[in-house]
Ligand binder design. Sequence first.
Ligand SMILES: Nc1nc2c(c(=O)[nH]1)N[C@H]1C(S)=C(S)[C@@H](COP(=O)(O)O)O[C@H]1N2
Ligand SMILES: [Mo]
Length: 415
Amino acid sequence: MRDLAPRLPSSPGFWRSPLRGPRFTSVLGLVLLVGITVLFVTGLVSYAAYNPDLAPVNDKTPDKGILGFYLFAWPTDPPWLYRLTQGVHVTLGLTLIPVLLAKLWSVVPRLFTLPPVRSLAHALERISLLLLVGGALFEFVTGVLNIQLEYLFPGSFYPLHFYGAWVFFAAFVAHAVLKTPQALRNLRAMREEHEERDDLVSPRPAAPTVTRRGALWFVGGGSLLMLATNAGRSFDGPLRATAVLSPHGGPEPGSGPNGFQINKTAAHVGIDPAETTEDTWRLVVTGRSGTVRFSRAELLAMEQHSVALPIACVEGWSTSDQWWRGVRLRDLAARVGHEADPPDVFVESLQRRGAFRSGALRANQVADPRSLLALYVNGEELSPDHGHPARIIVPAAPGVLNTKWVARMTFGELR
Ligand SMILES: Nc1nc2c(c(=O)[nH]1)N[C@H]1C(S)=C(S)[C@@H](COP(=O)(O)O)O[C@H]1N2
Ligand SMILES: [Mo]
C-alpha cells in the first residue's frame, strides 16, 4: 500500500511539479479576480444593450425575473460605447484563457484529496468549488463557441451564457471573499521569501525545469498571444489582418465603399434579390395615424442625413466609423403621426427565418438625430450584403439591432 500510494492522484506525492504552491496560485487568482469581475460587468452591460425589457424579440431570457433588476435604457452616447464594452468583454475573455487554465492546473491536486468530504462545511465548500470550476469552464467554452461557431447553439447561447454567468459569479464571489485575504498574504510572503507550507506544495518535488517566475511569464506570454491574435478585429485595415484567430478578423471582405466586415450575407439568410428591386421593394411604416408605404424614390425625396457610425457585434468584432446616409428614424415616425416625442419601433426585415430578422429600438434611440434608415454607405448604395435596399444604423447599439434589408417598421409603445 505504501508503494502504491504515490501512484494515485489522491496521494500528495503523486503531484510532483515544483511550481505548485500557494504563491503561484495566488498570483493567478488575483489576476482572475480583477479580470473576471470586468468580464461579468461588461457582460451585464451587453445584456442591457439588447434592451430586453423592451419587447419579446429582444428578450432571449424571458424568465430572467430579478436578474434583470439593473436594466436601463441603453444610451446612444458615446457612439462607440458598445464597440468598447463588447470588444473588452470578448477580447479580455480570450486573453484570460491561459490564466484560467494555469490556475486550474495549479490546484488540480485538491480535486483528488481524500476523504472527499470531511464535514458538512467541507461538503458545502466542495459544492461551491464545483459551481466555480464548472461555471468558469462553461462560461469560457460557451463564449468561445459562440464567436467561433455561431450556429452551434441556435437561439440558446444567450440564455445559457446569461444564467451560467450568474451561477458562476455567485460561486466566484464566495470564493473571492474566502480566498483573497490569504492570496494577498501569500504575495506579501513571496517578497519576504518565506518557506512555503501548504497542501499545494509537493512533498517530493521533481527537479525544476523552469522557475516559478518563468512559468508565470509563460502563462503571460500565452495571454499576450491570445490578445495579439484577436484584438485586431476591433479595428480596420492592417490591424484587422493581425486577428488571425478571429472570425471577422483577417483581411476585409473586398475593397471599396462596401468593403467592410459582413455578419451574414444576403445569400446566407435567404434574401431573394427579386424582392429588393426598385419596382418590388416597399417600406411599410405604421404608426398612430395609420400605414404609409414608401418606394425607394419616395424615401430619397425625404430629407437625407449623413452620419459616421461603427458596426459593433456581440461577437466582439467591430468596424471603425462608416459614413451612412439616409432618412432619420424620427422623420419616418413623424410621417405616421408621431410628430413630437417619437415612440419605440419594431423593425422587421425581408428575411423570413433566423434569429436576427427583426428587432426593437427604444424611443431614445428613435429620437436621436443620428439614428437612420440608411440607403447609402461611404457614398455608394448599400451592397446586398450590407442590407440593400435599406438598413437601420443607431449610435452605440449592438450590431444585432442594426437590422438589414428592412421591410416594415411599426412605431408605438412596445412595453
Ligand atoms: N435582417 C438581418 N439584419 C441583421 C442581421 C441578420 O442576421 N439579419 N445581423 C445583425 C448583426 S448580428 C450584425 S453584427 C450586423 C452586421 O452588419 P454588417 O453585416 O453590415 O456588418 O447586422 C445586423 N443586421
Ligand atoms: Mo452581430
